[in-house]
Design a protein. Structure first.
Length: 397
């Protein structure tokens, strides 16, 4: 059996870390995998997480299985962060929430739920989208189609193209959207565009499926959930995948949440039972550590405030780096306008380079990014900024 399978190439995003670590150039720059980094290039544990862990160490009395839906306090926290404490979908019990192993676990479980409810559904994904969306959704057997999202030559959203294509989506269709900090482009919908998209969903009857992996990295908790809350206010159904990897720095703890907004409380209960049957078949029950921390931090006034400050610090550092990068690139050359980088949000932007230029950056300058020239802005610091700008300008010549 095990002579049948060929060797696969490394994952296009995760494989960059191994290549970067194997590189002996002291000037190497890692702009690959989307993890937050400090000025020193570290990804430290947040202070609020350290304190919550100390609290958990004192109070955790058992390692018995979590309930299949996860830790109730963490589910309440996830729902409140996404929809706001008082949202009608919570009040009317139209919301089914389960804890998942990361945002990826939520995406995969949702894909299975869609496949069960509507086996002939088409899921529309943005071009481009996060590299792992397509494998996660298609492994549940779903049919995928693409809608235009980012215009590479103009470095902005092609909203007319998006609306035109999605006007073909109907009742059987699901449309995958990024709540904020679009991965990989960094280009987010405006509030007016969310409103237009919500009207289109209402007219056409398609179900929005929102991936919110970077809540708080764009403009703030409530601001980044604008589209989620608007759609939940207006539409009968919604799927929401959430991740705490980035905004609580819980990457390896695999802490996420799947939320289904259903037309009624009865439908929400039925979908909850289906989600639990799906996850029982995938991984039985979710891990506890990360979600215990979410529960503690969300419900402790001091830790909650500390978290919001730490999140704001990460967000503001990234937005400062965006401006610094534009200045450094403009200082080196005048042919390409990079000002769009300062206008975008979250960890990522495209530099707009070709694949051969990205390959040259890796092989000649030890500057690592995905082949489509997506960079993790958080990987920039004052020590590598000038070298990065010079290297990019060398390959642009
Ligand atoms: C990324 O896009 O780099 C991150 O979300 C990490 C991942 O799993 O791909």
């Amino acid at each position: 059996m095990f002579t049948e399978l060929p060797l696969l190439p490394a994952d296009p995003i995760l494989g960059l870390s191994a290549a970067y670590h194997a590189d002996t150039n002291p000037d190497k720059v890692d702009l690959g995998v989307g993890v937050y980094k400090t000025e020193q290039g570290n990804t430290p544990i947040l202070g609020c997480v350290k304190q919550a862990e100390a609290e958990l160490f004192k109070t955790e009395a058992s390692k018995v299985y979590t309930p299949p839906a996860g830790i109730p306090g963490a589910n309440r926290a996830a729902a409140a962060l996404a929809f706001g404490e008082e949202h009608t979908v919570i009040h009317d019990q139209r919301l089914a929430t389960i804890q998942t192993p990361g945002g990826s676990g939520a995406l995969r479980a949702a894909a299975e739920l869609i496949a069960k409810a509507r086996p002939d559904a088409t899921v529309w994904v943005s071009t481009p989208t996060w590299g792992n969306h397509i494998p996660l959704l298609s492994s549940a057997g779903l049919t995928l189609k693409e809608y235009p999202y980012y215009n590479f030559s103009q470095q902005r959203i092609d909203f007319d193209g998006m609306l035109n294509t999605l006007s073909q989506a109907g009742k059987n269709d699901v449309v995958l959207l990024h709540a904020c900090c679009h991965n990989p482009s960094g280009a987010d919908l405006t509030q007016a565009q969310w409103q237009q998209l919500t009207s289109l969903a209402s007219e056409q009857g398609f179900t929005p499926f929102i991936d919110m992996a970077y809540q708080g990295f764009g403009d703030g908790i409530a601001e980044d959930a604008y589209g989620v809350r608007l759609m939940a206010d207006t539409l009968p159904e919604l799927i929401l995948a959430m991740s705490f990897s980035k905004n609580l720095g819980l990457y390896r703890e695999r802490t996420g949440s799947l939320n289904i907004v259903a037309p009624s409380a009865t439908a929400a209960s039925a979908n909850l039972s289906q989600m639990l049957s799906i996850t029982r078949g995938l991984y039985s029950m979710p891990p506890a550590h990360g979600s215990s921390l979410v529960d503690i931090i969300y419900h402790d006034r001091t830790l909650h405030a500390q978290w919001l400050q730490e999140l704001a610090d990460m967000r503001e550092r990234i937005s400062g780096l965006r401006q610094q990068l534009v200045t450094a690139l403009n200082h080196q050359q005048q042919h390409t306008d990079f000002s769009f980088i300062a206008e975008q949000r979250g960890m990522f932007s495209f530099l707009g380079l070709s694949e051969p230029q990205v390959t040259r950056l890796k092989s000649e300058f030890s500057v690592y990014m995905t082949d489509n020239s997506r960079i993790n802005i958080a990987g920039v610091n004052s020590g590598n900024l000038e070298y990065l700008a010079q290297s990019v300008c060398q390959v642009l010549r």
